[in-house]
Design a binder for this molecule. Sequence first.
Ligand code: HEC
Length: 122
Amino acid sequence: MKKTRLMLALSMLLGGCYYDNEEELYPSPTTSGGDTTVVVKYSSDIEPLINQHCYGCHSAASYQAVGKVNLEGYANAKSAAQKPKFVQCVRWEQGCNMPPSGRLPADQLQKIERWISQNFPE
Ligand code: HEC
């Protein structure tokens, strides 16, 4: 019991608050042209990003040799991104720095964060 509550508090602390906001999970269609509500899709936004920055070590062919996380394909990318560790890694937090060669540009990081908060549109 105690441990569960601690883990919950910890995960909220570490930024696990993506899923408790209905507004973020189901964003209303954009009316003003502001791009915070633009839907980020795996197929058009996330796959190319992961392909460019992560497949070197996390493709189906390469992940076993290197990082143990297969990020290739929608199902794999989604299940990895559902873990809080994923966004921590791309934010270079908690001792995990991905990609290791240098931080993602801010706009790409934002895409990942939006994709997660929008509940992983395919
Ligand atoms: C140069 C190789 C390389 C690239 C490129 C790379 N990674 Fe990794 N990744 C690793 C290695 C090695 C590990 C395992 C060791 C570690 O956690 O540092 C890892 C681990 C991870 C983990 C799991 C951490 C954990 O402890 O559970 C995640 C999530 C991750 N990477 C995401 C990404 C994402 C997203 C990208 C692209 C933006 C990326 N990585 C690019 C090498 C890489």
